[in-house]
Write a protein that binds this ligand. Structure first.
Ligand code: AMP
Length: 423
C-alpha cells in the first residue's frame, strides 16, 4: 500500500522512515516534507493547510493510509476533511484535537475527570493576573493558552520574571491570538517524562517512555524550547510510576474524551512530572512528540503501519519493544529559541557514521546540493546502544565531525539518567 505522512519536521522523518520499513508499504509520500527525507520518502510539494489538494493527491496516488504529524492541521480539522472524502487517516478529528488546541479546555477536562495536574487559574487581563501573582507568589508557571510551538511557557522563579512574562503575553501579545488568555499554574517539582500512547476511544496502547530536554542549554538551563534532545528508556522512572501515569492520566483522559462526545483516535502524549504526591500531567498533546518520537519509534519492534491499522480497527494488539537505548541530540541554529539566521551549511553532516540516524527538521539544499539550515531546529542525530552511556558516547563522538559555525547543540543529553548507576 501507499502511505502519506503530513508534516515537515524530524518527527515526520521518523514516521516516514518507520513506514518505509513496513512490509505492507510500497511508497511513502511526505507532504510537504523536507529534502532530508528523500532517503526514505517521495516529497509532495503541498502544504499542510491545503487539505483539498492533499485529498486529491491521496486519491490520485492510491494512498491507503494518511498519518498526520503536527498539531496545527489536526486542530484545523484535516482528519474531518479526509474522512469526509472517504479516506483512511490516523489522527484525532477537530473535536478531539481541542485537547491540544486549548489549554483552558484541557484544564477543565482534567478538573472534571480528576486527572492529577497542577492547580491553575486563567486570565485575560494584566492587572487581575498581577493581583493573582501577589496572592500566590513564585515560583509560578505562566503559559499562553493557544498553540505557540512550545515557546509560550515561562517558569518564573522571581516576581520580576513573572511580571515580564505576563507583560509579553497579555500586553505585548507576543503570540497574537494564542496569548490573549494566559494560564498561571502551580510550579511542580520532580523528574519529568513523556508518555505517548496510541488511542482509539477507550482503547489505550501505551508506548515506552522518553525524557526530553526542553531547556536550551546544558544542565537544563536557559529558555524553554520545543526540545533540544531526548532519550528512551528513562531508567530513573520506576515501572510503578509509569503504570500509575497510564491509569491516572492517559486512560482517564481517553475515557473523558469519549464521555464528552469527543472520542479521540490518534496519539495522546502526556508530559508528566513525578511529584511527591505521584505523577501529575503538565501537558497533553494530540500527536506524536518531537523529538520524543525519534527516540521511541526506533525501539518499536512491531510494523508501524500494521500497528496503526490495528489501532484504527480498535483491535487488541501487543506492542513489542527493543531493550536497547536511543539518545537523540538536536542541532539547532544559533540564537534559538529566539530569531535565527538560515542558510548555514552543515559542514561535516555527510561524514557522520551510518550507525547514527539523522532526522531532518529544517534543512534545505544549496545550489551545490549540500544541506543548509532552514529554520530553528535543524536536524536530530540519534544513536542506539546497549545502554544509554553507550548511545551517548557514540552520538557525541560523531557530532565532533560537525562544524559548530552558526549552529549549536547541548552536550549533555541523557545526563539525568546517566548520572545514576542502575547496574
Ligand atoms: P509545556 O509546553 O507545557 O510542556 O511546558 C514546557 C516545560 O515547562 C515543561 O517541560 C516543564 O519543564 C516546564 N513546566 C511546564 N509546566 C510546569 C509546571 N506546572 N511545573 C513545573 N514545570 C513546568
Amino acid at each position: 500500500m501507499n502511505v502519506l505522512v503530513i508534516g515537515r519536521g524530524g518527527r515526520e522523518h521518523a514516521l516516514a522512515k518507520k513506514c518505509s520499513m513496513s512490509k505492507r508499504v510500497q511508497t511513502v509520500f511526505v507532504a510537504p516534507g523536507n529534502p532530508g527525507m528523500e532517503d526514505v520518502a517521495e516529497l509532495v510539494p503541498i502544504s499542510e493547510e491545503n487539505h483539498y489538494e492533499l485529498i486529491a493527491f491521496a486519491k490520485k496516488h492510491n494512498v491507503s493510509l494518511t498519518i498526520i504529524g503536527p498539531e496545527t492541521p489536526l486542530v484545523n480539522g484535516i482528519v474531518d476533511d479526509f474522512k469526509a472524502a472517504g479516506l483512511q487517516v490516523f489522527g484525532p478529528d477537530k473535536q478531539a484535537a481541542i485537547i491540544e488546541g486549548s489549554k483552558t479546555f484541557l484544564n477543565k477536562l482534567m478538573k472534571t475527570y480528576r486527572i492529577p495536574t497542577a492547580a491553575y487559574a486563567t486570565f485575560t487581563d494584566f492587572e487581575t493576573a498581577l493581583l493573582h501573582l501577589d496572592k500566590v507568589g513564585v515560583p509560578i508557571v505562566i503559559k499562553a493558552d493557544g498553540l505557540t510551538d512550545g515557546k509560550g511557557v515561562v517558569v518564573a522563579h522571581t516576581k520580576e520574571e513573572a511580571v515580564e512574562a505576563l507583560l509579553e503575553l497579555l500586553v505585548q501579545a507576543k503570540f497574537g491570538e494564542a496569548s490573549t488568555s494566559v494560564i498561571m499554574e502551580e510550579f511542580l517539582e520532580g523528574e519529568e517524562f513523556s508518555l505517548m500512547a496510541f488511542v482509539n476511544g477507550k482503547n489505550v496502547y501505551p508506548m515506552e517512555i522518553a525524557q526530553g530536554h526542553k531547556r536550551a542549554f546544558d544542565g537544563d538551563t536557559g529558555p524553554n524550547t520545543e526540545g533540544m534532545g531526548a532519550y528512551s528508556p528513562v531508567p530513573q522512572i520506576p515501572k510503578y510510576v509509569i503504570s500509575d501515569a497510564i491509569e491516572l492520566i492517559l486512560e482517564p483522559a481517553a475515557y473523558a474524551m469519549v464521555a464528552e462526545d469527543r472520542s479521540f483516535t490518534g496519539v495522546l502524549y502526556a508530559g508528566v512530572i513525578v511529584t511527591n504526591k505521584g505523577p501529575k500531567v503538565i501537558e497533553l498533546h494530540a500527536c506524536f512528540g518531537d523529538p520524543e518520537t525519534q527516540v521511541v519509534l526506533p525501539r518499536l519492534k512491531n510494523d508501524l503501519v500494521e500497528t496503526l491499522l490495528a489501532v484504527l480497527e480498535g483491535k487488541s494488539y501487543e506492542l513489542e519493544w527493543d531493550t536497547a537505548s536511543v539518545i537523540g541530540v538536536v542541532i539547532a541554529a544559533e540564537g534559538y529559541p529566539d530569531e535565527v539566521a538560515i542558510g548555514t551549511q552543515l559542514v561535516g553532516l555527510d561524514t557522520i557514521s551510518a550507525d547514527l540516524d539523522i532526522y531532518h527538521s529544517s534543512t534545505s539544499k544549496n545550489e551545490n546540493g549540500e544541506f543548509v539550515t532552514n529554520g530553528s531546529r535543524v536536524v536530530l542525530a540519534t544513536a542506539k546502544g546497549k545502554d544509554l552511556l553507550t548511545a551517548q558516547t557514540l552520538v557525541y563522538k560523531e557530532l565532533e565531525k560537525i562544524h559548530e559555525e552558526g549552529v549549536f547543540w547541548r552536550s549533555d543529553i541523557g545526563y539525568r539518567a546517566i548520572q545514576y548507576d542502575f547496574s
